[in-house]
Design a protein around this ligand. Structure first.
Ligand SMILES: *Cc1c(COP(=O)(O)O)cnc(C)c1O
Length: 366
C-alpha cells in the first residue's frame, strides 16, 4: 500500500542543489547557501561554533531570548563577549552599535537577531550592517523570524552568516533551515582550529564534502519530507510573489497594533514605536492585574486554532503574542484574535470596543 509520506523515490543531489539555489534567489545572495538538515538552531549554533573561538571578540546584541542563547554559545567557544542588551520594548540602533565599537575597537564579530517573534521587535539591519562593515567585523544574523515577513538581504547589508528557517513567515517546514556564508566567513572558520569537524554541527564538513565537491553527491541521506515541503513552500512564495507575502505580514502587524489600541480594555502595543515592531508577530501588553497567560488561555478555549500565545518565561504575565505569520497573516486571523481577546477582557470586567477594533483593522489593512 502506498502512503503519501512513505515509499518516496530518493531525492537527488541535483534536486537538493536546486532547492539551495531557490533559497539563494529568495535572499538575493551570491554567497554560498547551504540547506541544513535540522531546525534553525542547527546552523545558528554551527555558525557560531565555527566562526568564533578564543581569539574572537564578539559584540552580542540582545533584543530577546535568542540573543541570550547566542551569548552562551559564544562564551562556550572561548570568545570574549560584550553583551549589548536593549529593553524588549524597543530595537537596537546603529548608533548603539557604533558606540560599542568605539568602546571596544577590538570587536571582530557581531551577532544580531533581525526580528524577534518572541518579543515583537525588529532591528535596522541595513544601517547596522554599514557600521559593522566599516569596522571590518564579521556579521552574523538570525533572520528566522524576519524572512518572508520583511526584506532579508545579506549581500546588500553585508551579512556574512545569515540563517533562515521556513517555519514562520514562509509558512513552511520546521525541520530544515538554511544559511548563507560569505567568503570572509569561510576563511574565518577555516582558520579556527576549534571549528566543529566530523560533527553534525560542522558547516566546514558540508563545504568540503558538498559545495567544494561540486554538489554531485549528498554526504548524508536527504531529509526527504522536509526538503519536499521546503521546495513546495518556496514555490508557493515565488508564485504569490515575495513582496505580496511581506506586504501581508506588514498589513497584519499594522492591523493588530491599530486594532488592539482601538479595542481598549487596557491592551497596549508592547513595542513602543511602530517602526520598531516586527511584521512577523505583534506583542501586546496587558493591563496590570490581569495575567496574559490567563487571557490567552481563555481566548484559546473558544478557538484553539487562534495564533495567540503568552510571552515566554517571565513575560507570560505581561505579554500576549499575536503570531500572525504564514497562513495567519490575514485580516480574518487578526480580527478573530482581537475579538477573542476582547471577550476575555470583557469577562474580567474591562471595557472594550470590539466594533472600533474591527474598523481599525479594516482601516489599517488598507
Ligand atoms: C522561531 C525562531 C527561531 C527558531 O527557533 P524555534 O525555537 O524552533 O522557534 C530562531 N530565531 C528566532 C529569532 C526565531 O523567532
Amino acid at each position: 500500500m502506498t502512503h503519501p509520506f512513505l515509499d518516496l523515490p530518493p531525492l537527488s543531489a541535483e534536486r537538493f542543489a536546486a532547492i539551495e539555489d531557490r533559497v539563494a534567489r529568495l535572499l538575493d545572495t551570491r554567497q554560498d547557501v547551504l540547506v541544513t538538515q535540522g531546525e534553525a538552531l542547527l546552523p545558528l549554533e554551527g555558525a557560531i561554533r565555527a566562526a568564533a573561538g578564543p581569539g574572537t571578540v564578539a559584540l552580542n546584541v540582545i533584543t530577546g531570548p535568542y540573543g541570550q542563547t547566542f551569548g552562551h554559545w559564544l562564551r562556550d567557544s572561548g570568545a570574549t563577549v560584550h553583551d549589548l542588551a536593549v529593553p524588549f520594548h524597543t530595537a537596537v540602533t546603529a548608533g548603539q552599535i557604533r558606540d560599542a565599537f568605539d568602546e571596544h575597537p577590538e570587536i571582530d564579530f557581531v551577532s544580531l537577531v533581525h526580528a524577534e517573534a518572541a518579543t515583537g521587535n525588529t532591528n535596522p539591519v541595513a544601517a547596522i550592517g554599514e557600521v559593522v562593515r566599516e569596522r571590518g567585523a564579521l556579521f552574523y544574523l538570525d533572520a528566522v523570524a524576519s524572512v518572508g515577513a520583511e526584506p532579508v538581504l545579506p549581500d546588500a547589508w553585508g551579512v556574512d552568516l545569515c540563517v533562515i528557517g521556513a517555519q514562520k513567515a514562509l509558512g513552511g517546514p520546521a525541520g530544515v533551515s538554511a544559511i548563507s556564508v560569505s567568503e570572509r566567513a569561510w576563511a574565518r572558520m577555516a582558520a579556527n582550529p576549534g571549528a566543529p569537524r566530523r560533527s553534525y554541527l560542522s558547516l566546514l564538513d558540508w563545504k568540503e564534502r558538498w559545495l567544494d565537491a561540486g554538489r554531485k553527491a549528498l554526504p548524508h541521506a536527504p531529509a526527504q519530507l522536509e526538503m519536499l515541503a521546503l521546495e513546495a513552500c518556496l514555490e508557493r512564495v515565488e508564485s504569490a510573489g515575495l513582496e505580496t507575502v511581506t506586504a501581508r505580514h506588514r498589513g497584519a502587524a499594522l492591523a493588530t497594533r491599530a486594532g488592539a489600541v482601538a479595542l481598549g480594555g487596557g491592551l497596549e502595543p508592547y513595542v513602543h514605536e511602530a517602526g520598531d515592531a516586527a511584521p512577523v508577530a505583534t506583542t501586546l501588553r496587558v493591563p496590570s492585574g490581569v495575567a496574559a497567560s490567563e487571557l490567552v488561555a481563555r481566548a484559546l478555549a473558544d478557538d484553539p486554532a487562534l495564533p495567540l500565545a503568552a510571552g515566554g518565561g517571565a513575560l507570560a504575565r505581561e505579554m500576549i503574542r499575536v503570531n500572525h505569520y504564514g497562513p495567519d497573516a490575514t485580516p480574518e486571523a487578526v480580527r478573530a484574535c482581537l475579538a477573542a481577546l476582547g471577550r476575555a477582557l470583557e469577562e474580567r470586567g474591562l471595557t472594550v470596543d470590539p466594533a472600533a477594533a474591527r474598523d481599525a483593522v479594516a482601516e489599517a489593512w488598507r
